[in-house]
Each structure stands twice: as C-alpha cells, then as structure tokens.
Design a protein around this ligand. Structure first.
Ligand code: PLP
Length: 383
C-alpha cells in the first residue's frame, strides 16, 4: 500500500505552470517540461509553512542543518562523503553548468558533450564564447552507449571541459562504473575538467543500476570534477531554485566562484528550507514516488513498443522516455513528430532540440490515469 497518493495531483490547468500554460484552453495533455504533476512531499510543505510563519525574509546563508541534511543525504543515498567546504550554492543547475563553461579554459576552447542531450547543454558553449564539440551516443539494442573512439577523437579537438549528464536526460541511462571509469581515464589523458550534471540522481528506477557520482570513483577524478546536484527533480521543487556544485579541489572551486562573482545571486531562503526537509525527511516519499514512476515507465515501454513504427528504450532513471519515431515519420511522410502528436492531443518535447530529430521525449511524471490517456492519444496518432 502506497502511503502517499500519486493517483491524482493538484489541478495545474490555469496555474502558473509553464508546462500547462502552453496548452491553455486546448485539449492537449502537457507531457513536455521536466517537472511532475505531483505536490511536493508533506515534510517540504510543512517546513515551508513554518518558515512563512516566521514572517521575515532577510538575506540568508545556508545554515548548519541544511549543510548536514545535504551531506548526510548524499552519503546515505549515493555512498559519497563530501566536505562542507566543497559546496557552492546556486540558484539552478543550468546556472551551474554555464558557470563551469566560463570558469574553464579560454574563449575558443572546446566544450564536449554527447548527444542527444538536455538542450541547455548545447547552448552553454556559445554563451561563453566556447566551441560546442559533440559525439552521438549510439543505440546498441535497447541500450544507449558511448562511442568511445569517436569520443576520444572529439575531445582531442581542443576540448577543455567534458559536460556529462548522468543520469542521462533524455536517454534515461545511469552510466555504470565501467563507463564512468572510462570517462575519468579519458579526462585524465586529455587533462579535462568534468562538469557532471547529476540532477536526476535521486530518480533511479532500476535497482540494478545504482547511481555512482563520477567524482566518487577516486580522488584523482574528484580533483578535476564539478558535480551539480539539486533537490529539484527528485522532490519536484524546481521553481524553488536551489541547487549546488560540489567541487573538492580548492583551486578549481576558486576559479568557479570567481566566474560567479557579481552575477549569481544567493539562493532564496525558501529553497534552502525545502532542501533541508527534502534531503533529511523525504526518503519515504521518494521511495513511494519511484514505485509509481517505475510502473509508469513500464507502461510506456509496453504501449509504445507495441505500436507500429515507434520504439523506446527502458528508463533506468528520470521520468522521461525517449521515443524513436523515425520509421513512423518515414512511412507516413510526416516531417515533425512532436507537431503530429500535439495535433492529436499530447504535448511532447521535440527531439530536434536535443540534437536528434525524429525522436520525442515524453514526461511520465504524472498520475497513471493521465499517462494512460496520453498513451491512448499517441496510439491513435500512430494508428
Ligand atoms: C539534466 C538537467 N539539468 C538541469 C536541469 C534544470 O536545472 P535547473 O532548473 O536547476 O536549472 C534539467 C531540467 O530538466 C535537467 O534535465
């Protein structure tokens, strides 16, 4: 029996939600932007209420119990013991990797990332006058994998920063120890800094693929790594804007903080309040959520893989499914899958924005009944 109710959710239609406002007044189920249609965990809501009752919202620094909650949470959930000094607080993970892009190397240097990937990865190099260098991930059966020779050749092209997304949005992989060890070795050989976006690390659905922070592999990789984490995806509080970088190396941390100076604001106090409650008190909620997401993920694979011309791969982590529509598009002479599904009442993300046209991304972080309706509409759109 699930102690939390994920079978319904607050009505977001007509609310401030970016995800829902796009389709206001239209019969389109929004399954795009990566937030979930569930209320935040009860301990987060209680902590926010108590902080509101205090009534004063002056400038705040992260206080000792926030640090303790985060440090103990990461040790408990990911087996990585970090030091308080390593933490650099941020208003978001996108801010965090754009700062990394500015902090490492010089204008003109290369920044590597493997595609498809969360679109802001593709824009970060240009924001700091760096060059985007990419290599496609390759599909091996139902598993997305690294093309090691292509990756090695790509980073040899003047790359200074390796931007890793793990767990991976959108392909849903949790990279294993062997893959992470190979990335670490490659970074060592080419003297790269690694910026590892681990925002989805609390959302591992498959117990056979535990999340390993790349910086936890050994001290040598830790020294060259900026790890980005946040409570925002796991506990569904992204608009509270609280995230952090973990930078064990003092010199790299100083460079990073210098790139932030005068631009990046302090984290807002409600974000810090929610973060403390999330990491310390919301383990049971997370486990219950994951049960719901795991069942949703299985349902997506079951329905999509039974349809002609579309296919998906198992989701090891995240609440995002990556759907290959290329055969369907070709067979039907349709140019754009996302536009086609939208016309049939489902709002998905267009793979083109992730660097891989012909795919769509489906957000299944919603009550199972809504997912069922979305999948039924997809089935009708493909039929
Ligand atoms: C991989 C990844 N990084 C970062 C973000 C957004 O982070 P933030 O809202 O903290 O900037 C997302 C949101 O979908 C994401 O999937």
């Amino acid at each position: 029996m699930n102690p939390f109710d994920f079978s319904t959710g607050p009505d977001r239609a007509g609310s401030d939600s970016i995800k829902w406002r796009r389709y206001a007044g239209r019969d389109v189920i929004p399954m795009w932007v990566a937030d979930m249609d569930f209320a935040a965990p009860p301990p987060v809501l209680d902590a926010l209420r108590a902080r509101l009752d205090h009534g004063v919202f002056g400038y705040a620094d992260p206080w000792p119990s926030v640090l303790e909650a985060v440090i103990e949470g990461i040790a408990r959930d990911h087996g990585w013991r970090i030091e308080p000094d390593w933490l650099v607080w941020l208003p978001g993970v996108v801010t965090g990797f754009n700062i990394a892009a500015r902090a490492v190397g010089q204008p003109g240097d290369g920044i590597f990332t493997a595609t498809p990937v969360y679109p802001p990865f593709l824009h970060a190099p240009a924001h700091s006058d760096r060059r985007l260098v990419t290599t496609p991930l390759v599909q091996n059966g139902t598993r997305w994998e690294w093309d090691w020779p292509a990756t090695e050749a790509a980073v040899a092209d003047g790359v200074r920063l390796f931007m890793l997304c793990n767990p991976h949005n959108p392909v849903g992989r949790v990279f294993d120890r062997d893959e992470l060890t190979r990335i670490a070795a490659l970074a060592e050989r080419h003297n790269l800094v690694i910026c590892s976006d681990e925002i989805h690390c609390g959302l591992v659905l498959d117990p056979a693929t535990p999340h390993i922070p790349i910086a936890a592999l050994d001290e040598s990789v830790a020294r060259r790594t900026i790890t980005l984490m946040a409570p925002s995806k796991t506990w569904n509080i992204p608009a509270l804007y609280c995230a952090f970088a973990i930078i064990p190396d003092a010199a790299l941390r100083t460079r990073y903080k210098r790139a932030m100076a005068g631009i990046v604001p302090h984290v807002n106090v409600l974000g810090l309040t929610a973060t403390e409650a999330a990491y310390r008190d919301c383990g049971p909620w997370r486990e219950a959520l994951i049960d719901t997401l795991r069942a949703n993920a299985a349902r997506v694979v079951e329905v999509i893989d039974a349809l002609p011309g579309v296919a998906t791969t198992p989701v090891e982590a995240t609440y995002l499914a990556w759907i290959d529509c290329r055969d369907f598009l070709q067979a039907r002479g349709i140019a754009n899958a996302a536009a086609h599904f939208e016309a049939h009442g489902v709002g998905l993300s267009d793979g083109k924005d992730f660097g891989l046209p012909g795919f769509v991304r489906l957000n299944f972080g919603c009550p199972p009944s809504r997912l069922e309706e979305g999948l039924a509409r997809i089935a009708r759109a493909v039929a």
